[in-house]
Write a protein that binds this ligand. Sequence first.
Ligand code: NDP
Length: 246
Amino acid sequence: MTTSPDSTTPRSVLVTGANRGIGRAIAERFVAAGDRVASIDRAPSPSDLVPDGVLPVLGDVCDTASVDAAFTAVEEAHGPVEVLVANAGITRDGLLMRMSDEDFTTVLDTNLTGAFRVVRRASTSMVRRRSGRIVLIASVVGLYGGAGQTNYSASKAGLVGMARSITRELGGRGITANVVAPGFIDTAMTQGLPDDLKTKYLAAIPAGRWGTADDIAQTVEFLASPAAAYITGAVVPVDGGLGMGH
Ligand code: NDP
């Protein structure tokens, strides 16, 4: 069973965007470990459901009031959030010269400000309890860069500064804040890429394969475990070596 250093009971875990892909795999790992797991998603549909054992809560990370209401629902059901995984994210790729303000700000609002909104809301009870684990899902692209991904890359790089600032602000309160930087992972987000681009990306990955959602989930589970109590402000790459050195 997953426990925090000061808690032997199952924890209240919140994962944003757990109705598919990486978030889903993360939620499944915490459920398997015996934790009380909730997910914030915009609109889970019958074909796109959160995993068994996860409390699905409707919410939009782009809307502060919606985040607040979702947290209140999670707290009523599971107690204060002890482990927060800010996973919800989108892409709106496009070449710099043609990228609209809206494509830039929408990605920033979801990936970066969205993470800020949930971390801010979770931090109140974490500070009070002097305990908490925060994991932000960024991307190899945040530090490596990506042509056609000015918006996405900026949003993911911003998460690194955010985690490190949280670490400096709240590190003395028993709270850790880390970034996981996935490489290319086989999910809906990447399945739509053109085949020639996929072949090019694969050739650049030293491990010689795409990552799985569970590759990321295992790392998140570790960062939330007692074994990772002294790891904070870190950027943990899970990318088959794609971004090494960055
Ligand atoms: P998916 O597109 O499969 O899933 C994204 C999730 O985020 C969905 O559950 C989606 O829910 C949710 N989401 C999006 N916008 C919002 C919002 N405004 N409010 C609440 N939930 C929202 O992506 P992945 O699983 O591939 O990616 C998960 C995370 O990992 C993202 O942050 C992504 O940037 C990152 N990542 C992914 C990589 C990859 O190769 N796949 C590589 C590096 C990083 P909804 O049904 O509402 O759309």
